[in-house]
Design a protein around this ligand. Sequence first.
Ligand code: GLP
Length: 241
Amino acid sequence: MKIIKAKNYDEMSRKAANLFFSQITFNPNSVLGLATGSSVLGLYENLIRSYNSGDLDFSNIKTINLDEYAGLGKTNDQSYHYYMNHYLFQHINIKPENTNLPDGLAKDMNAECKRYNALIESFGGADIQLLGLGLNGHIGFNEPSDVFPKETHLVDLEESTIKANARFFADEKDVPRQAVTMGIQNIMQAKKVVLCVSGKQKASILKAVLFGDITPKVPGSILQLHSGLTVVADEEAMSEM
Ligand code: GLP
């Protein structure tokens, strides 16, 4: 694993964006695995800046997102569809038909998980997968569990995840209790993985993820086995290492 240390959130965002900048420059047909949450917002801002200055072209880029809340549609401003359009897609020249997220409103969630899993398989996984880290060690919405779930699946969110994500909602009771997420195999299939971690509140879980036991109780710990992992973390997130 490679670890890139950044002074703060802004530097982490720039350094992580540089990895995506190189990927898109060297392979303009890349499949990007994308994530949501606050850790990756600054990275998206940097990519938009590079696009606006004429240094990046997304016209042949494809994207596959990690996850989506069950029950939230594209127009709901808390859905990950909405987030991706709002913070990235509408600002760059990506073709909407080249962007992919699980459908949170699918009538048959099992069929939707199968469809999304097959889509990831058809790409052979992402060329580069962006990840944030949950406070409980989750990646995507793979919550702590007794096994590493392999494929795209419907997951019950942990109480701690619901609480952590409540900050984006008007009320905690509005946070969906379930989500569709890429499984661990879907994520590990990516050729490269970029994990962005910022802030003191992530320091102890980041240490456990990178240097603790590899266990489904700490889902992100599986990343220790990925040969193309780059961690971009700020000083606060690395303060316990
Ligand atoms: C959500 C997402 C994760 C993300 C995590 C961390 O639960 N499903 O993919 O990594 O939040 O979010 P943040 O970066 O806001 O701390």
